[in-house]
Design a protein around this ligand. Structure first.
Ligand code: C2G
Length: 130
């Protein structure tokens, strides 16, 4: 059983997120997704989300590419999660390229190309002018 792990906010779930999750799952047999809590987003990522954490969890749990959703509450939990879930591959979009190379001590680390021309920020901006 090859286990893949990724993290994100996944606010205003969109096709860029789906593409990432689909490709991440294709790298193994099960995909675990750490979803940033509202507190973590606010305090550590300077992000305010439109969709509350509980709803973002439910949306991801309904995605057929995702096998398990866990809360992301700190930057430091990745190593603990990799060991706890015996992760083989850690995946992030390439906007994070190189940022998690320290995890190569524990598992494979793969950065996948982002989906162009879509982001939660762009959706928010488009909605703001409606
Ligand atoms: N993503 C993508 N294409 C897009 C938008 C996002 O491939 N057009 C990917 C990102 O690269 C990331 C994942 O989808 O791998 C989730 O994106 P965000 O919700 O923006 O995640 P982020 O806020 O970058 O949080 O500890 C890691 C952080 O929690 C990542």
């Amino acid at each position: 059983m090859k286990t893949v792990l990724t993290y994100g906010t996944f606010d205003l779930f969109h096709v860029g997120h789906v593409n990432l999750l689909q490709r991440a799952k294709a790298l193994g047999d099960q995909l675990i997704v750490g979803v940033s809590t509202d507190e973590f987003n606010f305090s550590e990522k300077n992000k305010t989300t439109i969709v509350p954490f509980e709803h973002r969890v439910k949306v991801l749990e309904s995605c057929r590419h995702v096998d398990l959703v866990v809360p992301e509450q700190s930057w430091q939990q990745k190593v603990e999660d990799i060991q706890k879930y015996q992760v083989d591959v850690f995946v992030m979009g390439d906007d994070w390229n190189g940022k998690f190379d320290d995890l190569k001590a524990y598992c494979d680390v793969i950065y996948l190309p982002r989906t162009r021309s879509i982001s939660s920020t762009a959706i928010k901006q488009a909605m703001a002018v409606l």
